[in-house]
Write a protein that binds this ligand. Structure first.
Ligand code: FES
Length: 178
């Protein structure tokens, strides 16, 4: 008599789901309510609520925060995960105190963006984009067009645009970050 195979689900290790934080914390309650009042559905408010959460929780969204936001907005964890991994402005691992976004799209690339990215990596002391520097100071990110093509190459540092950037200027700007 043949033995039925065990189901795949009983064989594969199952990761425990993250324990959701209570979201929103009291400091964000009013702002979250204001955001929700401007959107037709809770789901439609995902992006601004996630940005708010990211700012509040040290510049990144942990699985626990992700689960808390999903519960608050009454959407699935996978919906939130999809947004976090699609949009480059969100971080799903610890980010440095300063984020440097280097545009890599055509106009900036033609105007020297490769050198800028290397300068940013060297100044931060990291080998690749998307990795927090050892001192926790910087996170360098490759970004698509930042909307400043006419004054390329463009870089954002902590949300502030810088245009016609040279490697020397970028080094200076990053060294001025505390
Ligand atoms: S291509 Fe870099 S800002 Fe548009």
């Amino acid at each position: 008599m043949s033995v039925p195979p065990e189901s795949t689900a009983s064989v594969l290790p199952q990761a425990a789901p993250p324990e959701a934080v209570a979201f929103p914390p009291k400091e964000l309650k009013k702002e979250c309510e204001d955001i929700l009042s401007r959107y037709p559905t809770r789901m439609a408010a995902c992006l601004p609520v996630l940005l708010l959460a990211q700012q509040h929780y040290g510049g990144w969204i942990s699985p626990e925060v992700e689960a808390g936001v999903a519960s608050y907005l009454e959407v699935s964890d996978s919906h939130i995960r999809g947004l976090l991994t699609f949009y480059a402005m969100y971080n799903t691992k610890p980010a440095g105190r300063h984020e440097v976004w280097v545009c890599r799209t055509l106009t900036c690339w033609l105007r020297g963006a490769e050198k800028l990215r290397q300068t940013a990596l060297d100044t931060a002391g990291v080998a690749t984009c998307g990795t927090e520097s050892d001192d926790g100071k910087f996170l360098i990110k490759n970004m698509e067009c930042l909307g400043l093509c006419e004054v390329a190459p463009a870089v954002f540092i902590d949300g502030q645009p810088h245009v016609n950037v040279t490697p020397e200027k970028l080094t200076e700007l990053m060294e001025a970050c505390d």
